[in-house]
Ligand binder design. Sequence first.
Ligand code: ZN
Length: 85
Amino acid sequence: MTDHSLETIVAGVRCREVLADLSDYLDGALTPARVEALQAHLAECSNCARFGGHVARTLAMLRQVRAHDERDVVNSVMTRILASS
Ligand SMILES: [Zn+2]
């Protein structure tokens, strides 16, 4: 396995959890505290900073599109991230 960096914990959240929670985040299914934790992680995590451009840009972009399209975009971004890690 080459995805050990996804096990890095920053701000109490693993990179892997951030990826796993992205869909729920976009669905508005997470608590405000959880959203804050994810954002804190993304702000401080050097691993996520490597692909954070993707994530941050995607999140910003996704806020402007419908939920139906969000999942497709998230899935494609996650696929790309996981494939390149
Ligand atoms: Zn991270």
